[in-house]
Design a protein around this ligand. Structure first.
Ligand code: OGA
Ligand code: NI
Length: 338
């Protein structure tokens, strides 16, 4: 039988064999510490230059940070998490109507990462949605729960605004005009992954998502408040990012690493699972327009002091390359170096 979803209500007493990682590639959960100093940036800070310098430091030193007072309403966040839980609690037959393992589909429920390519699976189901323009994509989203499309549309609109404000601040922190990054990325697409990690009988033997970098420009992650699971690689060590109430986790994707000419890093991260509780996360991805040419703006490129690290490429070319690989191979950007 094809790999199908694991959020089926079935309780597993041991981990099925095709989820077991080789001993050299396991999460070693006992060795992971909490990431205490992950920056928490107040987006409502009245001192713009302070905000910009905090964002610059966070992007340069961590590639990952949290934002609070981010402008996305509490109601939108709470309703998003609630309807996501309701979706994954639907009977499995209902969910399977949306199942597909074809990454080119603009709306699909799937499992693991790339089931057709991988040999070991990941303990994750996910609903993957294209979200921009909403008028085009929202009609094809799940009709059950009935409120899903309205709630997720509201959430997407608010998150998109936050993403743009962050991209403006990130541009300024690089010494660029505030619109310059958005100009490189063109009319940006927006995707969402609603990730659901059921309780796992043997969390030490597998991943929810193995180590990867995000191929897009900027990721805005909403984590389930009850259960930790996100881990970030910092100075060669995996650190766990505890969910913070009222904050999003922001990470720089591969495209911002390229646009910043390598000044800001698209950092390796992964999701681990746990034995007791299901975990939910909602990742919103801002993606360059398919035919935008990814290239660092002139002020960041100096023929002698800081030559361009990457060759110019279109996002369409990058994205095709990303999905043709396994997640935990070398950084995909390595393939685009000059
Ligand atoms: C992702 C991701 C982490 C998480 O969807 O790209 O990194 O905590 N998710 O679910
Ligand atoms: Ni990710």
């Amino acid at each position: 039988m094809e790999a199908k979803v694991i959020s089926s209500g079935v309780k597993y007493s041991s981990l099925p064999r095709n989820y077991v990682r080789p001993a050299s590639d396991r999460p070693n959960l006992a060795e992971v510490s909490d990431f205490h100093n992950v920056p928490l940036i107040d987006m409502a800070c009245p001192d713009r230059s302070l905000l910009i310098s905090q964002i610059g430091d966070a992007c340069r030193d961590f590639g990952f940070f949290q934002v609070k007072n981010h402008g996305v309403s509490k109601v939108a966040v709470e309703r998003m998490l609630k309807v996501a839980k309701e979706f994954f609690d639907l009977p499995v037959e209902e969910k399977l109507k949306l199942y597909s393992d074809d990454p080119s589909k603009t709306m699909r429920l799937s499992t693991s990462f790339n089931v057709k390519k991988e040999t070991v699976h990941n303990w994750r189901d996910y609903l993957r949605l294209h979200c921009y323009p909403l008028e085009t994509y929202a009609p094809e989203w799940p009709h059950n729960p009935p409120s899903f499309r309205e709630i997720v549309s509201d959430y997407c609109r608010e998150v998109r605004e936050l993403g743009f404000r962050l991209q403006e601040a990130i541009a300024e922190s690089l010494g660029l005009e505030s619109e310059s990054i958005k100009n490189v990325l063109g009319e940006q697409g927006q995707h969402m992954a609603v990730n659901y990690y059921p309780p796992c009988p043997e969390p030490d033997l597998t991943y929810g998502l193995p180590a990867h970098t995000d191929p897009n420009a900027l990721t805005i992650l909403l984590q389930d408040l009850d259960v930790a699971g996100l881990q970030v690689l910092k100075d060669g060590k995996w650190l766990s990012v505890k969910p913070h109430p009222n904050a999003f986790v922001i990470n720089i994707g591969d495209q911002l690493q390229a646009v910043s000419n390598g000044n800001y890093k698209s950092v390796w991260h992964r999701a681990v699972v746990n034995a007791e509780k299901p975990r939910l996360s909602v990742a919103s991805f801002l993606c360059p327009c398919n035919d935008s040419v990814i290239s660092a703006p002139k002020p960041l490129v100096d023929a002698t002091a800081s030559p361009p690290i990457y060759r110019d490429f279109t996002y369409a070319e990058y994205y095709a390359k990303f999905w043709s690989r396994n997640l935990d191979q070398e950084h995909c950007l390595e393939l685009f170096k000059n």
